[in-house]
Ligand binder design. Structure first.
Ligand code: ASP
Length: 326
């Protein structure tokens, strides 16, 4: 019996000519300023839809494979929530030890397996470049949810969206990144993404052994963005519009003694924040392990919990885009 033609008005019809249809999201280097404007527009609409109706059927019938080889709370659960708010469903694989990975299955084979069942794959993996390897093996879109110390592109999108929503602009900002800038993949992606905007100034505050990698600084410098490195926050805090705090990435240290030397190097608390402007924000990709005192949480400048919520809208936008629905 011939298959009847699909009704284009059914929710599973998709626009295969849309710019982002079927694309992998591997690095922030893929996004132009216009792309960002488009993504944030869609994310903004997603926010309105969630606030008005909660869950809707844009991705009804679509399946996401959420494949996590490293721990995650926010990225994994926000991708799940994003898919389910759009009416789709999720294959969660966060305990790879219970999957065939523990039998020695390679990443490309695991990816080829999952794409038989899913329409899009979200991958977190400890090795830099793993998302690109997965994308090469897959015909379906792969979204990098953190590849070792490499990149975390959807985090940078949500960080940038947070700044835009909270401060109303992305140009003419002084952004200070604090903490583990060597191993923190979120700051590698964010510095690259922010270098697209004009009037941006980046300050990097870190212990000497945790400085921003030279290759990231070179890429940012190519865009003409001024960057300066410090070991103390004092000098730059008063001029800062966005203070982006990071956790020292204990799991990435080769020598545990080095971690002991730098853990707790900076702690943001209400006393320190007296020196900062009133119309600035403090962000953190989370989890925090002591870098921001809970006593600061009630300060209106503490944007890190709101930042998590913006992540839901951005991930809804990204899923809708790569599945041809935005
Ligand atoms: N959750 C973020 C990441 O996966 C930040 C962190 O773990 O410190 O990179």
């Amino acid at each position: 019996m011939p298959t009847p033609p699909l009704n284009p008005h059914l929710p599973f019809g998709e626009n295969k000519n849309a710019d982002w249809y079927g694309k992998d999201i591997l690095s922030v280097k893929q996004f132009s300023r216009d792309d960002l404007q488009y993504i944030f527009g869609v994310a903004h609409e997603m926010r309105g839809m969630v606030e008005r109706i909660g869950t809707f059927d844009l991705l009804k019938g679509k399946i996401l494979a959420n494949l996590f080889y490293e721990p995650s709370t926010r990225t994994s659960s926000s991708f799940t929530a994003a898919m389910e708010r759009l009416g789709g469903s999720v294959i969660p694989i966060s305990e790879v030890k219970y999957s065939s990975v523990s039998k020695g299955e390679s990443l490309p084979d695991t990816i080829r397996t999952l794409e038989c069942y899913a329409d899009v794959i979200v991958l977190r993996h400890p090795e830099t470049g793993s998302a690109a390897i997965a994308a090469k093996a897959a015909k379906k879109p792969v979204i990098n949810a953190g590849d070792g110390v490499g990149e975390h592109p959807t985090q940078a999108l949500l960080d940038t969206f947070t700044i835009a929503e909270e401060l109303g602009r992305l140009d003419n900002l002084t952004v200070t990144m604090l903490g583990d800038l060597k191993y923190g993949r979120t700051v590698h992606s964010l510095a690259r993404l922010l270098s697209q905007f004009s009037g941006i100034k980046l300050n990097y505050v870190s212990p000497d052994i945790l400085k921003m990698p030279k290759e990231v600084m070179a890429e940012v410098a190519e865009k003409g963005v001024p960057q300066a490195e410090f070991s103390s926050l004092e000098k730059v805090l008063p001029e800062t519009d966005v203070l982006y705090v990071t956790r020292v990435q204990k799991e990435r240290f080769e020598d545990p003694a080095d971690y002991e030397k730098v853990k707790g190097a900076y702690v943001i608390d209400p006393e320190i924040m007296k020196a900062a402007k009133q119309d600035m924000i403090v962000m953190h990709p989370l989890p925090r392990v002591g870098e921001i005192s809970p006593e600061f949480d009630d300060d209106p400048r503490a944007a890190y919990f709101r930042q998590m919520e913006y992540g839901l809208y951005v991930r809804m936008a990204v899923l809708a885009m790569v599945l041809g629905k935005a």
